[in-house]
Design a protein around this ligand. Sequence first.
Ligand SMILES: Cc1cc2nc3c(=O)[nH]c(=O)nc-3n(C[C@H](O)[C@H](O)[C@H](O)COP(=O)(O)OP(=O)(O)OC[C@H]3O[C@@H](n4cnc5c(N)ncnc54)[C@H](O)[C@@H]3O)c2cc1C
Length: 385
Amino acid sequence: MDFQLSERQVELTTAGREIYERHLRPMLDGPSGPEKTRALRLAMAEHGLLGLNLPEKQGGLGLPLLDTLLVTQTMQHCHSSLGGIAHRSSTGAVGAIAEYGTEDQQERFVRPLCEGKIGISIGITEPEAGSAATAMKTRARIEGDEVVLNGRKQFVSAVNVNHYTLVYCRFGTTGKASDIGAVIVPHDAPGFSHSSGTVNMADELLFELYFDDCRVPLSNVLIDGGAFGKLISVYNAERLGSISRMVGSAEAAYDYALAYSKERKQFNRELSDFQGIQWMLAEMRVKLDAAKLLLYRAAANASANGLPNPTETSIAKVFVSQAAKQICDDAIQILGANGYTKEYPLVHRYAEVRGGSIYGGSLQIHKNMIASAILERPISQWKRD
Ligand SMILES: Cc1cc2nc3c(=O)[nH]c(=O)nc-3n(C[C@H](O)[C@H](O)[C@H](O)COP(=O)(O)OP(=O)(O)OC[C@H]3O[C@@H](n4cnc5c(N)ncnc54)[C@H](O)[C@@H]3O)c2cc1C
């Protein structure tokens, strides 16, 4: 067991920060919006920050999962929109296409994504299927050389900046998880539309998607049922991607509060002179280190093709999502009223890590999965009639 990052890993994160300072930071000035996100995506591709873990033969960099997450964490520390792009263009929905797609799909979707030309959202959640994701009703039926989708998704991220959504849907009528497959739906497909978005706590938009006899070429079917387990095993890498973003935000909040505590004076002393503040900083640092170690363990132990162990993923998710909230909350406390205003970056950092207890399987759902692993038996949450 080696607890030091390798020279190459340190170089990667240093390079990420330098690219941010030199090329990306100036682009972040002014209002944000879909055009800016697309421009940033292209710039990040140009500087080798996309497709980090995706196979080289598909246009990616072929980095191990841990190295990928270190870069994502660094970009998130620099700016959350950069962390979001790094995550979605490496460990996002694209992972399932890189793993299970046909060569044609990998050329059409993975390569342009690595080049920053397209983005892919993921559509799983439905009004009646949140935590109980396998209760989804969106149906896919194959008609000749097309697949026809009917149904609705909700809370889907980044639809306004992306070109496709990987839509989880039912190919059969048994009502079982084994009916579930996935289709890559272009946002200009006939019968597809989406809402204008609901603003969440972190000022990001979440979209409803509508499929009304939505027709997509059969060649866009990634998995036509019988493979929900396969989709979820890749989704664990996506979970670690979003966990690395939470670590990046928590570290940024900690660094900000630490620096502030050395500057701000009350009672004629720096805040960092007070033991009450010192203990808060110590607690924050303990949580941050533990969060990193759990994330890095899950990433380092991933299989050769980058699929993490589900229980280690859940353990990282449960700890990091709680620790990140507490670190950001303490950081706000250290800044006092300044920390509580949107003039300072901590309100946004708190708001974005807050979502981590809900998306990608809530805190409670991951605890259920950990319990199931500890007790070595499936623990069904379903009430049977
Ligand atoms: C920021 C953000 C981004 C998102 N992006 C996407 C996206 O891109 N694509 C997508 O498909 N979805 C996305 N989602 C949706 C997300 O996956 C769902 O919110 C999540 O699965 C929970 O579903 P729900 O909100 O319907 O909550 P519910 O399932 O209604 O749960 C409500 C509460 O009950 C608890 N609960 C439910 N079942 C159990 C149980 N068995 N045991 C104990 N407690 C339980 C939950 O933990 C939660 O606290 C996003 C959500 C957020 C917040």
